[in-house]
Design a protein around this ligand. Structure first.
Ligand code: H2U
Ligand code: ZN
Length: 349
């Protein structure tokens, strides 16, 4: 008899329409891989050498104001530049290209250099959510913008050089690959069922509870059935809202609380500031939003300790993604991780 806890199998991701290979029996093999060097865990509240701290100069020469909450600026090394450039259509289908333009911004979450979402209070995360909503609304309404991608790289392991809490926004004149896949699958699901794909999915996840990490009235966080990264999670709005800009007051509070919950659990898992890439998927700018259901993806690279990371190499580059620890087991670890941050526990008498 097939046992998903023992037998190799593949699982389907209905958002991207891709499969992931799950090899649960492999978690028993001994680890002989790379050990990462741990980044320093303590930071000052203000770092005179940080290009994001209030009052400091950035690499481009601009000076940051003495900001007290969130702070948004144009990325000094933007990957996308404003201003449309005309180009004739590709003559050769094997050598296609087209101009892409857009706007890149950086958002500081807090003037404090030493905080992370996990260590910020829910009431301090709320202005960050408001800022995401304002930026999404503004950029969605900007002529020529097709998609607004909000994302955060956290930790040196993810290529983020600066611990100051911040994220980026890339608003582009094209809909990026991952979003285009989710756009098609969500639109087709909605046309077929009259409900969003993630409403139906979330209802079943909440009923089963197997992969659920935490839930409040407005948002849930879970390890998706089809997760690729060991401790990958998805945060999903309980109401089918199409974008961050459409979140009402209660939903923004619910999102702030769920972000605090999941990032705290991550940090507590291995008692380190947990590295990840996080970002929202929301309706494309030109799309009325039918079928679109706001969600966020956390992709953390760590596997089984603060020093053991997972690489997507070999079979995964050449064939398909693969995981060992099951989504259900990862969810149980995160559910059981304390809700109070380990640093705050440490400082209690
Ligand atoms: P990470 O979040 O991946 O660390 O990227 C930080 C961004 O900050 C990066 O896109 C920008 C970089 O271009 N940056 C500035 O805009 N100004 C600076 O002075 C340094 C970094
Ligand atoms: Zn700083």
């Amino acid at each position: 008899m097939f046992d998903p806890k023992e037998n190799p199998h593949r699982r389907f991701n209905p958002l991207t329409r891709e499969w992931v290979l799950v090899s649960p029996h492999r978690t028993k093999r001994p680890w002989q891989g790379q050990v990462e060097e741990l980044p320093p865990d303590e930071h000052p509240a203000f770092d005179p050498g940080c290009y994001l701290c209030p009052g400091n100069s950035r690499a481009g020469g601009a000076e940051n104001p003495e900001y007290t909450s969130t702070f948004v600026f144009q990325n000094d090394f933007a990957a996308l530049l404003p201003g449309r450039v005309e180009s004739p259509p590709a003559a050769d289908p094997l050598f296609q290209s087209e101009p892409v333009n857009g706007i890149c911004r950086v958002i500081c979450f807090s003037p404090r250099h030493d905080l992370t979402m996990a260590e910020m209070a829910v009431a301090e995360i709320r202005p960050v959510v408001d800022c995401w909503a304002e930026q999404s609304a503004e950029l969605n309404a900007t002529p020529g913008i097709a998609y607004v991608q909000i994302f955060e790289n956290r930790g040196e392991m993810m290529g983020c050089s600066n611990p100051h809490p911040h994220c980026q926004i890339w608003a582009s004149s094209v809909v990026p690959n991952e979003v285009a896949k989710e756009d098609q699958s969500q639109r087709e699901y909605f046309e077929a069922h009259g409900r969003t794909l993630l409403s139906d999915y979330l209802e079943k996840e909440i009923a089963s509870g197997e992969r659920l990490v935490d839930v409040n009235d407005e948002f849930a966080v879970l390890v998706p059935y089809w997760a690729v990264w060991p401790f990958e999670t998805m945060i999903v709005s309980r109401r089918p809202v199409a974008g961050v800009d459409a979140l009402d007051d209660a939903a923004r509070d619910g999102l702030s609380a769920i972000l605090k919950s999941v990032t705290t659990r991550y940090d507590n898992l291995f008692r380190i500031s947990f590295p990840y890439s996080f970002g929202f998927h929301q309706r494309p700018a030109q799309c009325p939003g039918e079928g679109w259901h706001l969600h966020g993806h956390f992709y953390p690279p760590l596997l089984r300790s603060a020093t053991v990371r997972k690489f997507l190499v070999g079979y995964e580059m050449l064939a398909m993604p693969q995981r060992d620890i099951t989504a259900e087991s990862a969810a149980a670890h995160l559910r059981e991780a304390p809700e109070i941050h380990y640093r705050h526990l440490r400082s209690q008498p």
